[in-house]
Design a protein around this ligand. Structure first.
Ligand SMILES: Nc1ncnc2c1ncn2[C@@H]1O[C@H](COP(=O)(O)OP(=O)(O)OP(=O)(O)O)[C@@H](O)[C@H]1O
Ligand SMILES: [Mg+2]
Length: 390
């Protein structure tokens, strides 16, 4: 059984890991630097110590709003005038890269700057091209009962890990969609402008759908197998363009989508947005051992399904571009067997997973194999936890 095997590092696996992390004026953290190795990182400490804030800081090194979906102004340390900043040295298959992000000192509102190798880049989307990250938080516990956007977001993050240009394409699609919605709402009859925006939506939207389809197809066999005791699962993309792309060439799907957008202008003008498209896709997941759709599974089963999905994606990328995993409070909800299997899989795949927990006990299986920090009083102190008896 997979869980009983001694953990070993896959010799062919690529290495992607944060080798150091520094925060300044980020939420509860005044200033902290963590020196890291390639191994998993475990942060333990009392409730409110700042563990999730640290993970959130790491998640800001990916495009988007981080693992809490926070507004940028909430990331700044209360009562401090210093601009918040996060930087890290990341080991990648192409060598070490320094990345950073933080408040834009000259900017207003919802903007942050990103730096790669000391150079300021145009937007945080470029960070996804250096390395990828996926996360699991307690907020995702109801993922299969939430509305579609939550599932779409999780799946798109996995697609970003597989295809670094996905974030840019989603951004371009959404910008064109918003611009079209604005024109329609204002009742402006500018067919050439509308057509140009719909052209962009069709091109980028079909590319987005194709990247999702590609990942879903590659994941299917890995996901079906499961990783004992994590269950096997089946995954279906529920979206019109995602369905077209499976049955016709991309150029035909683009044309169909363009025609559909043009035909739906009067309705979209009334309802706002766009009635159909990749921005509506949903994800249907089935727990194979029981044949139940994920929304009908128990809370614990749903958690193991999400972990199975993340692990399947990580296994797919292990030799190419393994993601850094952020697993906030994950062990609290897993029984001993699932914990052992999760740790074994992380070590086997050579992933740098960041895990948090209030107590040390659940991490016993990682003694000597992970880097432990105790978080308290605004500091993160490294603690050695030698390997126990085999
Ligand atoms: N912008 C901010 N400035 C200062 N402090 C903040 C800011 N945002 C949140 N905090 C505080 O940071 C503290 C630590 O929060 P965090 O979520 O990281 O704790 P935690 O260690 O993960 O706790 P738990 O074990 O309960 O999950 C909280 O007390 C919170 O109120
Ligand atoms: Mg927390």
């Amino acid at each position: 059984m997979a869980t009983a095997q001694p953990a070993r590092r896959d010799a062919d696996a690529a290495t992607v890991a944060l080798r150091s992390l520094s925060l300044t004026a980020f939420r509860s953290w005044r200033r902290v630097t963590l020196e890291l190795g390639p191994e998993p990182v475990v942060l333990t400490g009392a409730n409110g110590a700042g563990k999730t804030n640290l993970l959130e800081a790491v998640s800001c090194l990916a495009p988007g709003r981080g693992l809490r979906g926070a507004r940028l102004q909430d990331l700044a340390r209360r009562g401090s005038d210093a601009p918040w900043a996060v930087s890290a040295e990341v080991a990648t298959p192409d060598g070490p890269v320094r990345v950073g992000t933080g408040a834009d000192p000259g900017g207003e509102g919802e903007r942050r700057v990103a730096r790669i190798g000391g150079e300021t880049v145009r937007g945080p989307a470029a960070l996804a091209e250096v390395f990828s990250m996926v996360w699991l938080t307690p907020g995702m516990d109801g993922l299969f009962r939430d509305a579609a956007p939550a599932r779409r977001k999780v799946f798109d993050r996995l697609v970003c890990a597989h295809d670094p240009l996905h974030a840019r394409r989603v951004g371009a699609y959404e910008r064109a969609m918003r611009e079209r919605a604005r024109l329609l709402k204002e009742g402006r009859r500018e067919p050439a402008w509308l057509s140009a925006l719909e052209e962009t939506m069709a091109e980028t939207g079909v590319a987005v759908a194709a990247a999702r389809r590609d990942l879903a197809d590659r994941l299917a066999p890995i996901l079906a197998d499961g990783l004992d005791p994590f269950p096997g699962a089946a995954l279906a993309l529920d979206g019109r363009v995602e369905t077209w792309i499976a049955t016709m060439p991309a150029v035909d799907a683009e044309q169909r989508f363009r025609e559909r957008l043009e035909a739906s202008r009067p309705r979209d003008a009334e309802t706002g947005g766009a009635g159909d498209g990749p921005h509506r896709m949903d994800l249907a997941v089935v727990h194979l051992p029981s044949g139940m759709t994920a929304d009908l599974c128990s809370t614990g089963q749903q958690k193991t399904l999400v972990i199975a999905l993340l692990l399947a994606a990580a296994r797919l990328e292990a030799r190419r571009r393994p993601p850094v995993l952020l697993l906030d409070d994950v062990v609290a909800h897993l029984d001993r067997r699932h914990r052992a299997a999760l740790f074994a899989a992380l070590l086997d795949l050579g992933l740098q997973a960041w895990m948090t927990g209030a107590d040390d006990g659940p991490f016993d299986g990682l003694d000597g194999r992970a880097r432990f920090f105790r978080v308290a009083d605004g500091e993160a102190r490294r603690r050695d936890r030698p390997a126990g008896p085999a």
